[in-house]
Design a protein around this ligand. Structure first.
Ligand code: HMG
Ligand code: MG
Length: 297
């Protein structure tokens, strides 16, 4: 039984832009975010409060949130550590995503700590955020494969998710960071997650390195998942995960779901307009099928 509607969590302004070499002007990022919101995207990762030395593209996080928060939509910002959380506390943002890799090696490359060192720092932070009334999302990287360690055992992913759920998170976003999962693996892991964490919002985050993101989304749908992280234009990739291409493109995912009769409430024409705002500032071209269909006459 497939869901009647699906929630799209737009990660373009964060995952989509964090890997861009040339700095995208802050005003363009804000227009991009406004355009995405007007296309009907009601949950979005706006930016991340990470070290500007590690990820210069996200150095304008505080400026982005000043102008882009609203009360009608869920505006999520990422933070990897205490310092990031303190920066979030200086804003009016009320939804935070923490992130950790199942793979120790990946976590060290990404956050400069082992997975359990990160958890030791984050568990009290999550409790504190919940006490203060924040929405807390946990992004689980390398849930299937790691660019350094290879295959990740599903049990390891499930037990990290268990730690987050016990700590009190509202949502788990489980990621195929380097786009290596096959559909049967997606189905199996998301079915286990549904079984184990029935009371937690469960979201699937697929990168499209091997053209399998849409197929993996279909597999996760069949496992009962109705929330997907996608990126406008299929932009994205983690700077510390070699081989990570962009996320599943929002427009291609919306098109597939709507064709299946599954409601997303996203307006494709407006979405394409929003993507066009950022395109002139990117070092790459937009490869998504639906963007090309609508912009090539
Ligand atoms: P570190 O160098 O170990 O940090 O980096 P540190 O604690 O030793 O501090 C060093 C300096 O950084 C200090 O400044 C700190 O104040 C500063 P200095 O004294 O040298 O002037 N600092 C910060 N500044 C601003 N904001 C902060 C912050 N923390 C420390 N939050 C750190 C550790 C975690 C900071 C670094 O590794 C980092 O920023 N990593 C972020 C990496 C990242 O953004 N990755 C991409 C997002 S995750 C992703 O894309 C995956 C996902 O999409 C799911 C998937 O697809 O898998 C979510
Ligand atoms: Mg990602």
């Amino acid at each position: 039984q497939l869901p009647a509607k699906v929630t799209i969590i737009e990660v373009g302004p964060r995952d989509g832009l964090q890997n861009e070499k040339a700095f995208v002007p802050t005003e363009i990022k804000k227009d991009f975010i406004r355009g995405l919101k007007s296309a009907g995207l009601t949950e979005m990762e706006l930016t991340s409060f990470v070290s500007p030395k590690w990820v210069p593209q996200m150095g304008d996080a505080a400026e982005i949130v000043v102008d882009c928060l609203d009360t009608e939509t869920r505006n999520i910002v990422l933070a990897p550590n205490r310092k990031g959380i303190e920066r979030v506390y200086m804003t009016n943002c009320k939804a935070v995503a923490v992130f950790v890799g199942v793979s120790n090696t990946f976590n060290r490359k990404n956050i400069n700590k082992s997975t359990q060192e990160s958890m030791a720092e984050l568990i009290p932070i999550i409790g504190e955020l919940k006490e203060k009334g924040y929405f807390v999302r946990a992004c689980i990287s390398t849930a299937f494969y790691c660019p350094y360690e290879g295959k990740i055992e599903p049990e390891d992913t499930l037990s990290l998710c268990r730690q987050f759920v016990d700590a009190g998170v509202d949502e788990l976003s489980v990621a195929d960071t380097i786009g290596m999962a096959a559909p049967h693996e997606s189905f199996a892991l998301f079915r286990s997650l549904k079984r184990d964490f029935a009371d937690t919002l469960l979201t699937a985050h697929f990168h499209d390195t091997r053209n399998l993101a849409l197929t993996n989304i279909f597999a996760a749908l069949q496992a009962g998942i109705d929330r997907f992280d996608t990126s406008a234009g299929g932009l994205g990739g983690c700077p510390f995960a070699p081989g990570a291409a962009g996320n599943a493109a929002t427009e291609d995912v919306v098109n597939m779901l709507e064709r299946m009769g599954i409601q997303t409430n996203v307006n494709l024409e407006k979405l394409v307009e929003a993507i066009s705002i950022v395109v002139p500032h990117l070092s790459r071209s937009i490869e998504s099928a639906f963007y090309r269909l609508l912009t090539t006459k």
